[in-house]
Design a protein around this ligand. Structure first.
Ligand code: C5P
Length: 307
């Protein structure tokens, strides 16, 4: 057994998020394109003496809003690996770099990081496929947080196929003052669509070809999110954020997942800096972050041997 393992897990943005009708299991069938971007949570896992139980520490921006009990997805990830040879006696120290309740899968990144860390700490040798299957039981975005890169997600978002992508894209993320609840945004989306036929969602072909070509202009035009109307309905300020992006020449703008973070695509690093400055000056947001994508999924970045 190792003395400690550090895992770094990325945030995600959905480049397209097609949402089908509400299913009987309480979820919606999705056709989505996940894209991992360079905002990270770091998690350090350390074994504790037998009988200690799980200890969870969270630091960084928004840490006070993160639960520290069995409702935390990282905590549940430790429990989920006990039948595979893991242990309850683990300390997890998380440093948040991903906005909390921002629609960027911060909680899922922590679960992914905990799965990868516990696997390494106890030498379980489970492999990424098994960790992704265990992760799917914890949350719809957890398998992608392990997968990373860019991937098409179907079913609940848990059935992943790697997408072909050329080059790197430059993003600006505009963070809101307060988070939005994912179930509430799905409910609002259903409410707004009540009485209308909801087709089975499809991944836009023009988005996939923009990714293959590494064409940011085409990608900017192809960004889609069926949850955007619901998120804007619950948080009308987001309409203003999206129109400021357009005004300042972003190649495209979209609510990230269930929001309230908005993602804007820039031509290059310099354009991203210009956009970030404009958003900061506009006063409509709490914080602005720049990041590139795609980046790798949750991975071990440091490990220490015992003794
Ligand atoms: O799986 P996860 O915990 O991220 O889902 C949170 C909530 O978001 C679900 O309980 C459900 O209300 C909604 N959801 C959904 N369809 C999906 C994913 C999430 O309705 N495909």
């Amino acid at each position: 057994m190792l003395a400690s393992v550090t895992v770094r897990a990325p945030a995600k943005v959905n480049l397209a998020l097609g949402v089908g009708p509400l299913r009987e299991d309480g979820f919606h069938g999705l056709a989505t394109v996940f894209h991992a971007v360079g905002l990270y949570d770091d998690l350090v896992a350390t074994p504790l003496p037998t009988g200690s139980g799980i200890q969870l520490h969270v630091a960084g921006e928004g840490a006070s809003e993160v639960p520290l009990d069995g409702t935390n997805l990282a905590w549940r990830a430790v429990e989920a690996l006990v039948p595979y040879g893991g242990s309850h006696d683990v300390s997890l120290a998380i440093r948040k770099g991903i906005p909390v309740a921002g629609g960027m899968a911060g909680g899922s990144a922590d679960a992914a990081a905990a799965l990868v860390a516990v696997d390494a700490l106890f030498g379980l040798g489970l492999g990424r496929e098994t960790l992704m299957d265990v992760g799917a039981e914890l949350g719809s975005d957890v398998p992608f947080s392990i997968h990373g890169g860019t991937a098409v997600g179907r079913d609940r978002g848990t059935e992943l196929t790697t997408a072909m992508v050329r080059g790197t894209f430059h993003w600006v993320f505009v963070l809101a003052e307060e988070g939005l609840s994912t179930p509430a945004v799905y409910r609002e989306t259903d409410r707004l669509r009540a009485g209308q036929p909801v087709p089975e969602p499809e991944v836009p072909a023009e988005l996939m070809s923009a990714l293959r070509a590494g064409d940011p202009v085409a990608l900017g035009k192809a960004l889609r999110n069926d949850l955007q109307t619901g998120a804007v309905s619950l948080r009308p300020l987001l309409a203003q954020v999206l129109s400021i992006g357009e005004e300042y020449g972003a190649l495209g703008g979209v609510v990230s997942g269930s929001g309230p973070t908005c993602a804007f695509l820039a031509r290059d690093d310099e354009h991203a800096l210009d956009l970030a400055v404009a958003f900061t000056a506009s006063g409509v947001c709490r914080t602005v972050r720049r990041a590139v994508g795609p980046v790798a999924g949750a991975k071990v970045v440091d490990q220490r041997a015992a003794g």
